[in-house]
Design a protein around this ligand. Structure first.
Ligand SMILES: Cc1ncc(COP(=O)(O)O)c(C=O)c1O
Length: 381
């Protein structure tokens, strides 16, 4: 078997490893408190689900890359309410089949695998698809190692690297740390990218999933030279629908629209109908934030009392926790798993050693299960 060597060199996808561990525990009849994969368990609101059936026509024909105008207008309406920005739904907005595929495919827009300037810079630790997409597109993946407050500062990168960079990823709120970039951070990053003619890709799939303060968007700074990516997965509990949105610079969006005619990535029209309903409503998103906030408060209180240090964790629906002394994240996650508590070792999100001291908790189990997990965890030393 002669496999694509770039594919062969990639490590196993983190959630695949997690699923295997969880299934092994369940098969052994053990209870599992699953804070592993970031897949919410709260139901998709009924009024969103109700839109799907009636939107399936007798003859369900190929969807278009652009999608219907309802979903693009609904998204532009949300962006105006949420960030105060004006987006042209005709030229600046495209639906995606979840934000993951949009993240994965974006390097294909700018990377020439034969060129020497083909670097793709991304936060590390970070969502592993920045790395994977860069590698499989033939780019040069360059992790920017985060530490301390876990805020990415691209202006610290060497000029020589910036000169050969075609695509720079930022992610705020950040997975796995929950760190948030300020408006000043975003402006400085944008200016740097303009100076070096770098396409700035801003993954904002947690834009509406925050605990205390709504995080700003890169689109509040500018759209020129920018592609921003959004998602209904966590905002509206729609992970299984695969529905995201891409928005930004009309010139780049035109090229992206052309690129996306090739692989057949357009979401189904009946998914777009449900997505339009979801983007048009903010109440359910606020309600979901309340649920995540209650879990954050419960777990943060417990973990701090248990002597653990929570780092960053300002937004998203994750807690980024430093393993206690005597452990690194991997060993502590294994220790917790022995007790039936499933977390993610920070190393699963990093290509450098930046995640090693940490574990990540996704606020997935319901409040009662979180309470039960704290009870069990209090016995883990
Ligand atoms: C930072 C980040 N970007 C993108 C995604 C993809 O989300 P989806 O494809 O469900 O929209 C995730 C999923 O967890 C994520 O954490």
């Amino acid at each position: 078997m002669r496999l694509n060597p770039r594919l062969a060199a990639l490590p196993t996808y983190p959630t695949v490893i997690l699923d295997q561990k969880r299934d092994a525990l369940l098969a052994a009849g053990r209870p599992v408190y699953d804070f592993g994969t970031g897949d919410p368990t709260e139901p998709t609101p009924a009024f969103i689900r109700a839109r799907v059936g009636p939107a399936i026509p007798d003859n369900c024909r190929y969807p278009t890359v652009l999608g219907g105008k309802d979903v693009r207008e609904a998204f532009a309406g949300w962006a105006a309410r949420r960030f105060g920005v004006v987006l042209d739904p005709a030229t600046q907005v495209l639906p995606s089949s979840g934000s993951k595929e949009a993240v994965f495919h974006l390097p294909l827009l700018v990377i020439d695998p034969d060129a020497s300037d083909r670097a793709v810079v991304f936060p590390d630790p970070g969502y592993s698809v920045y790395y994977r997409g860069a590698v499989l597109a033939g780019g040069e993946p360059v992790p920017q190692r985060l530490d301390g407050d876990f805020r990415q500062r691209p202006w610290d990168l060497p000029t020589e690297l910036l000169r050969r960079t075609r695509l720079l990823w930022i992610n705020s709120p950040h997975n796995p740390s929950g760190a948030v970039l300020s408006r000043d951070d975003l402006r400085r990053t944008w200016e740097l990218c303009r100076e070096h003619d770098i396409l700035l890709a801003s993954d904002e799939c947690y834009a509406d999933t925050w605990f205390d303060e709504p995080p700003p968007s890169i689109l509040e700074v500018a759209s020129e030279g920018v592609i921003a990516i959004f998602s209904l997965s966590k905002r509206s509990g729609m992970t299984g629908y695969r529905t995201g949105m891409i928005a930004g610079d009309a010139r780049w969006m035109k090229k992206l629209r052309e690129l996306r005619t090739n692989p057949g990535l357009a979401p189904q029209d009946f998914v777009n109908a449900a997505a339009a309903t979801a983007w048009a409503d903010d109440d359910h998103a606020e309600e979901r934030r309340g649920l995540f906030r209650a879990k954050r408060d419960l777990l943060a209180g417990f973990l701090t009392g248990h002597g653990l240090q929570i780092v960053a964790s300002e937004a998203s629906f994750y807690l980024w926790v430093r393993a206690p002394s005597g452990y690194n994240g991997q060993r502590y996650a294994e220790r917790l798993l022995d007790a039936g508590i499933m977390t993610n070792p920070g190393s699963a999100f990093a290509v450098t050693d930046a995640g090693d001291p940490y574990i990540r908790l996704a606020l997935v189990p319901d409040l009662d299960t979180c309470r039960a997990a704290c009870q069990v965890w209090s016995g883990v030393r």
